[in-house]
Design a protein around this ligand. Structure first.
Ligand code: ADP
Ligand code: MG
Length: 361
């Protein structure tokens, strides 16, 4: 992907350029019978970090490729900075892309990889070297310029891929599951690093992932994609606290499905009544959707629940509790309060006094 020949490259150029808005309008893409994008509408603000989150096959890569220009939609438009680029080839869109992994040129050094886009643009060797050096500095790999990709760890290789994508000072940064091939710890480090760099440069970024924790932790807003359509676009907090649909509720974070019955204005679950958030399905059986931290558990010799497993994770501890009707719920408690709650302990579980989301069974 190219910039116009006289457009400056490098970190300064990125810092000095305000992020541009990207709009997707009714994007539709069919592959035979499969509707990969089903009229996708999305408005991404300049400088925003937007995560596209969804299960495998929901259309994330197709959406990203349509933004980049590798994919021609059957219908709809892509606008960048208000300009329709739907028919513009990828090389003229000024976008940088980072893929899942293994995308570096194995026979080029790290610096040559980073300078590759500038070489394609026939920039002089001196400039390429200078740009590569400053980009490698930005991603914390200044000392590795002369190495080859196979001499780097997976996380380092993805840093190089990021530097390479940014070297041409793109208007938009597109990342397609860039961390999914990495170890858990490296994944967390690198996502924070990507966010730091994105904020520093103010570049409009679309980050595709199937990992909800990843999306919630780095993005300004998260768009939850399901079967080629957006279920909800919202800030991480809002998505977690006020999921618009049962699909979002269960895809984002851990969610208990607890059998419930309708009451006036809400539902009854686990022997207590709670108001409903939003609508209650009008027919059929319903379930209350309750987060693990919204269930209260206490040791109670007369309690009908039994702790099945206890998983310590630092400040909080997660309990699986079997209920008398055979259902199992997951409950998070402060670790300091959980010492007595060992497997086999009889307990009472109560939903916290707050409105609950209600879904169909
Ligand atoms: P995701 O990235 O969310 O996993 P994709 O965008 O890759 O999903 O794919 C969305 C849907 O389109 C899937 O059902 C996938 O099988 C289908 N698809 C994607 N690319 C092609 C293709 N080139 N040919 C046929 N089907 C495709
Ligand atoms: Mg994909």
């Amino acid at each position: 992907m190219t910039t116009t020949p006289d457009r400056p490259a490098g970190v300064e150029a990125l810092r000095d350029t305000p992020g541009v808005g990207v709009q997707l309008v009714g994007l539709t893409r069919r592959y035979g019978d499969v509707l990969a994008l089903d009229g996708l509408d999305l408005d991404i603000a300049g400088g925003e970090f937007l995560a596209l989150l969804g299960p495998s096959g929901c259309g994330k890569t197709t959406a990203l490729r349509a933004i980049a220009g590798f994919e021609r939609p059957d219908d709809g438009q892509v606008l960048v900075d208000g300009r329709d680029v739907t028919g513009t080839p990828p090389a003229k869109r000024d976008m940088g892309m980072v893929f899942q992994a293994y995308s570096l040129f194995p026979n080029l050094t790290v610096a040559e990889n980073v300078g590759y886009g500038l070489q394609v643009r026939r920039r002089p060797a001196k400039e390429r070297k200078a740009r590569a050096a400053e980009l490698l500095e930005l991603v914390g790999l200044a000392a590795n310029a002369g190495r080859y990709p196979h001499q780097l760890s997976g996380g380092q290789q993805q840093r190089v891929a990021l530097a390479r994508a940014l070297a041409v000072a793109p208007k938009v940064l597109l990342l397609d599951e860039p961390l999914s091939a990495l170890d858990a710890q490296v994944r967390v480090q690198l996502r924070e690093e990507i966010r730091r760099i994105q904020l520093e440069l103010g570049i409009t970024t679309v980050f595709v992932t199937h990992d909800q924790a990843e999306a919630l932790s780095v993005a300004d807003r998260v768009g939850v994609l399901r079967a080629g359509r957006l279920e909800q676009v919202a800030s991480p907090d809002e998505l977690y606290e006020r999921p618009a649909t049962a699909f979002v509720a269960e895809f984002v974070g851990t969610m208990n499905r607890i059998p419930a019955t309708r009451t006036e204005g809400g539902v009854e679950l686990m022997g207590v009544r709670r108001p409903a958030v939003g609508d209650v399905p009008v027919s059929g059986d319903v379930v209350a959707l309750v987060r693990p931290e919204s269930l209260l558990v206490r040791a109670d010799a007369a309690g009908a629940g039994r702790v099945v497993t206890r998983t310590f994770s630092g400040a909080s501890t997660r309990l699986a509790v079997a209920l008398p009707d055979g259902a199992e719920v997951v409950v998070d408690v402060a670790s300091a309060d959980s010492q007595q709650l060992t497997p086999g302990t009889a307990v009472t579980v109560t939903p916290a006094e707050r409105p609950v989301l209600v879904g169909a069974v």
